[in-house]
Design a protein around this ligand. Structure first.
Ligand code: TYM
Length: 330
């Protein structure tokens, strides 16, 4: 079982990234061969400052290690260290119908929010497909916002196989094709984690709870979450982001208790916020501590990433050899 996933170093890692992706990264590294990467090439579509991107990439490596990505079990690397991925992206782009990227909703959403409408932003899903296909991923743990990108990756694999493997039939295991159609994509079917304002938690909305922010800042963020004006005794709306976040971080029985008390009333928002802050610090206390230790020794992290890149290249090379041969580049 090969598990592959990436995160963009486009801002500080937040609770949505953790619950939607990183938590699954940790679980899957026990069960199969895991490859996790810092999607720095993708981040170029939004970060236009070299020093900042470098900093964010280093931070993300520390974050992932602190949260439990274990270099003894998982290959951790920077996307940009694997030239095979960019090469495959180009090849995929030549068989991929332009109409299919033009339909992508991420491009429309992101340009609407003010990101530069670059060619790279438009073809973002092509590079993401190359990430997945070059490593022959079976499973891709991501949050539900990435579902369309995963469908597109399947589609890209199909297009490449249809273009270069005569008589290719996706349902015929005897004809494996040039790149494997990922057998199963794991899209976390839990709802998207809401931000402090109720919209999807996202770096670009400024509504995140950053996993490694200073305590004071987190406290302020949580205590100033928008809530309605329900009095203490009244029932509270069950779709409040505050409840969703409490439920996400509390154990099952406490989560049930919060659901019940939201429905029944009797507890004020301030008390829930205090509890959320406490839970947050509790859940991430170890990781926060571990991150401080790791940050003290940047050379170790750099070395880990270099070793990870070397291993990842080895894993991508057989795919690229096959593809280069089939398309006539070698
Ligand atoms: P990115 O960097 O935006 O987000 C990283 C991961 O966090 C998940 N996520 C969320 N999950 C639940 N609720 C939220 N509010 C929330 N916000 C973010 C995302 O679903 C994602 O899993 N395109 C990808 C990076 C990427 C990639 C890949 C992923 C590049 N190549 C290949 C998998 C495979 C992205 O922008 O994620």
């Amino acid at each position: 079982l090969r598990v592959v996933s990436g995160i963009q170093p486009s801002g500080a890692l937040h609770l949505g990234n953790y619950l939607g992706a990183v938590k699954q990264f940790i679980e899957f590294q026990e069960r199969g061969e895991a490859l996790y990467f810092i999607a720095d090439l993708h981040a170029l579509t939004s970060v236009r400052d070299g020093a900042r991107l470098r900093q964010l990439s280093g931070d993300l490596a520390l974050d992932l290690l602190a949260l439990g990505v274990d270099p003894a079990r998982a290959v951790l690397f920077r996307q940009s260290a694997i030239p095979e991925v960019t090469e495959l992206a180009w090849i995929l782009s030549t068989v991929w119908p332009a109409s299919s990227v033009l339909r992508g909703h991420a491009y429309k959403d992101k340009t609407r929010r003010g990101l530069a409408a670059s060619v790279g932003l438009l073809t973002y899903p092509v590079l993401m497909a190359a990430d997945i296909l070059s490593f022959e991923a079976d499973l891709v743990p991501v949050g539900s916002d990435q579902a369309q990108h995963l469908e597109l990756a399947r589609d890209a694999a199909l297009k490449l196989n249809q273009a270069y493997v005569p008589g290719f039939d996706a349902d015929d295991p005897a004809r494996p094709g040039l790149v494997r159609l990922p057998r199963a994509f794991m899209v976390d079917d839990r709802a998207t984690v809401p931000g402090t304002d109720g919209r999807k938690m996202s770096k670009s909305y400024g509504n995140t709870l950053e996993l490694f922010a200073p305590e004071r800042e987190l406290e302020k963020r949580i205590l100033s979450m928008k809530t309605d004006s329900s009095p203490i005794d009244a029932a509270k709306p069950l779709d409040a982001p505050l409840l969703a976040l409490l439920v996400a971080l509390a154990g099952p029985s406490e989560a049930e208790e919060h659901r019940r008390s939201f429905a029944g009333g009797g507890v004020g928002y301030a008390a829930y916020k205090r509890r959320l802050f406490e839970l947050f610090l509790g859940v991430f206390a170890k990781a926060r501590e571990r991150r401080r230790e790791l940050a003290a020794d940047p050379a170790v992290v750099a070395q880990l990433l270099a070793a990870g890149a070397e291993r990842a290249r080895q894993l991508a090379q057989p795919t690229l050899v096959r593809v280069r041969n089939a398309v006539g580049l070698s």
